[in-house]
Design a protein around this ligand. Sequence first.
Ligand code: FES
Ligand SMILES: [Fe+2]
Length: 446
Amino acid sequence: MSQASLRNLVDGETGTVSREVYVNDTIFTQEMEQIFSRAWLFVGHESMVPNPDDYFVSRMGTDSVILTRDRQGEIQVLLNSCLHRGMKLCRYDHGNNRTFTCPYHGWSYSTDGRLVEKAGELVGVPGYKTHYFSELDKQAWGLKSVAKLVNYKGSIWATWDADAPSFEDYLGDMKLYLDFALDHRDGREGGSEMIGGVQKWRIPCNWKTAAENFNADLYHDISHRSVDIVGIGPGGKGRRDPTPNRVSISFKNLGHGLVGRAPYTEENPYAPLYGKYPEVEAYYRQVYEDRENRLGGKMRVLHSVGTIFPNMAIHGRQPRTIAVFHPISATETEMWRIYLVDKDAPAAVKEAARAYYLRYSGPGGMTESDDMENWCYATESSTGTIARTLAYNYQMGMGHEQPVPGLKGAVTTGEFTEETNRNYYVRWAAFMAGTSWTELMAGAND
Ligand code: FES
Ligand SMILES: [Fe+2]
């Protein structure tokens, strides 16, 4: 798609985005090529594959991938498609396999470093001598592996693009907020694990409609009024524990955005929330004090929700989750929710967290239900012949952005703004134009 056509779709100057961006099949195909084949994507969490030979089937864009831990303990991410005729190798969501054997004609692949030089090499071919006359080049027909992979505090990220910048450059100072979600509540690095399985469900909306919702859209608070009144919060009041002094922060040139507190903001005093559950209350008070002692005056951020471009969102505080918006088609998204807790928290604390998550998020969660209703009706009513000729309005806060001290490349216009969304779509348009990584990253973290 030409630069001129893209300018017609996303106009950062006027704060408008064409509805075609959310409903057009050709644009969707281009997104898969230009964004999902290049960007760093969230694939899973190391606690999905705790033991050698464990595997978990994930997605990168419209591709199925196998997240696996090899016999040497290393994490690998491989395309879940046999090189012979494309059969889906792993059809279960997760399991444990020493070799991946295709059910169609029996080719088998290994990740065991004692047998193969490269994870996913073809090691077994039925009839190799008799039918192929030992002439098949097995090394050339191994499973496709991602170009780059990182295990960041237990979260697994990958890209198909060997030229992609490092994950840390791609993340920029959004890292501080991802850290908040992945670190222990007492301030220790890492220390979180997922509990239960992954909730997965499909909804009829564009994947970006969900992604932008978590990219600091506080303006839709009105649609959660009923949940606030019911009082599903961890302490039985409101929706969640309060986050005083929160602002929306946009990493202007990276497309990431969040709602939380800027660095070096005075720590809020401990707010008791779990009065009904003494053991849970005692735990949260203890980890708050430990965090204070451990981090002292170091840069402290507090994070409630944010999106890492393109399709992963973190709820850093309560409920503490990861959401992924897997694109299926222009108007269908597969939603994933992963729930995080402190690995060494007492069972009662994990159980209280689990119960709260389920009230809040996921297909049956009251807050997520509100959100999904908005996204799905917005998609449906934007697909009409006349409706799709119009644009969406993202003009809130235009021209009022201020830099955020302590965060490179970040701006804020206060608590309620569409600055984060505007910058998300400007980033989207830059990827869609096929812009090189040199151009995409120039000044991105300044
Ligand atoms: S498709 Fe896998 S062995 Fe033929
Ligand atoms: Fe919401």
